[in-house]
Design a protein around this ligand. Structure first.
Ligand code: DGL
Length: 284
C-alpha cells in the first residue's frame, strides 16, 4: 500500500512505545482490530467505539469531523503511538482534519488500502463500492480508486440499513439476504454478466459481519474486498521500529454508551466474547 493515511512523522522522531489507538462509530471497527491483532499479536491496543453517536454514516461531514477529532483526542490523551481510523465514514470526511491537527503520530485510514486492494483485484476494471451515505455521497472511494487508475469504472451505492442490521446482530438468514439482494441485485443483475463489476469493496467496517448474505446474493466470480487486512499490513509496515518494546497483545475497551450492548454485539465482529465489565464508558 503506497499511502494509507498521513504519515508525516519522521520514523526517527516517532514514539515507539504506547498502544495503537483504533476508533469507529461502534462495533464495526472491531473487524479492523481483529486483523490488526492477528498481524501484530504482541502489540497493545485501545479500541474506542463512539456508540453514543452511532451511526456516523447518516450525519453531515461537519459532525463526523467534530466527532472524529474528539475520538482522536481521547485516544491521544491515553498515550497512543499510532491512530487507526477504523471507520470509512470518518476516514472519508475527517482524515485531513485529523492529520493537520495531530502531526506527531502516524494516522492511518481505511479508504486508501481498500481502494488499492480493489484496483489490484479487478481484471475488468469495473469496481462496485458499498458504504454509508456519507462515504458514498462524499465520493471518497471513487476519488481514491481513480487516483490509482483513472480507467477504472466505479459503481457506488449507499447501503445504510446494513449498519443497523450488523449492530442488531442480524447477519444471516432470510431478512439479511432479502436486504442484501435489494441493495446489490441492481448492480450485479445484467443477464449475461457483461458490464457488471467483478469486484465489490465493503466500504464500511460494519459490512464484513454481513459477508454470508452478501456472498449469497452475488455472482460467484465477484471478488469481495474487505480493507481490514490491507490496513493491518499498512500499520505493520509503518510501525516496524527496531527495538520496540513489545506488549502482551492486550486491548483496552472504551465506548461512549451501552457497555452491555457493546459486549453482546462485539462477538460477531471480533470472534471472541467480551463481558460488559471489560468495557469502560467514557465521555468525549
Ligand atoms: N463503520 C462505519 C464505516 O466504516 C460507519 C457506520 C456508521 O456509523 O454509520 O463507515
Amino acid at each position: 500500500v503506497a499511502f494509507a493515511g498521513c504519515l508525516v512523522v519522521s520514523r526517527a522522531s516517532r514514539n515507539s512505545t504506547g498502544p495503537i489507538g483504533v476508533f469507529d462509530s461502534g462495533v464495526g471497527g472491531l473487524t479492523v482490530l481483529r486483523a490488526l491483532r492477528s498481524a501484530l499479536p504482541s502489540e497493545e491496543f485501545i479500541y474506542l467505539g463512539d456508540t453514543a453517536r452511532l451511526p456516523y454514516g447518516t450525519k453531515s461531514a461537519q459532525s463526523v469531523v467534530r466527532y472524529s477529532l474528539q475520538c482522536a483526542e481521547a485516544l491521544i490523551a491515553r498515550g497512543i503511538r499510532c491512530l487507526v481510523v477504523a471507520c470509512n465514514t470518518a476516514s472519508a470526511s475527517a482524515l485531513d482534519a485529523l492529520c493537520s491537527r495531530y502531526r506527531d503520530i502516524p494516522i492511518i485510514g481505511v479508504i486508501e488500502p481498500g481502494a488499492a486492494a480493489a484496483v489490484s483485484a479487478s481484471h475488468s476494471k469495473h469496481i462496485a463500492v458499498i458504504g454509508t451515505e456519507g462515504t458514498i455521497g462524499g465520493g471518497a472511494y471513487q476519488t481514491a480508486i481513480r487516483r490509482l487508475n483513472p480507467d477504472v469504472r466505479v459503481t457506488a451505492r449507499a447501503c445504510s440499513l446494513f449498519v443497523a442490521m450488523a449492530e442488531e446482530g442480524w447477519v444471516e438468514g432470510p431478512i439479511a439476504e432479502a436486504v442484501a439482494r435489494r441493495y446489490l441485485e441492481p448492480i450485479f443483475s445484467a443477464a449475461d454478466g457483461d458490464g457488471v463489476p467483478d469486484t465489490l469493496v465493503l466500504g464500511c467496517t460494519h459490512f464484513p459481519a454481513l459477508i454470508a448474505p452478501i456472498r449469497a446474493v452475488l455472482p460467484e466470480r465477484v471478488h469481495i474486498v474487505d480493507s481490514a487486512a490491507s490496513v493491518a499490513a499498512a500499520v505493520s509496515s509503518e510501525l516496524a521500529v527496531p527495538g520496540h518494546r513489545r506488549g502482551r497483545g492486550e486491548v483496552r475497551w472504551l465506548a461512549t454508551d451501552g457497555a452491555a450492548r457493546f459486549a453482546r454485539v462485539s462477538g460477531t465482529f471480533l470472534g471472541e466474547a467480551l463481558r460488559a465489565d471489560q468495557i469502560e464508558i467514557i465521555d468525549l
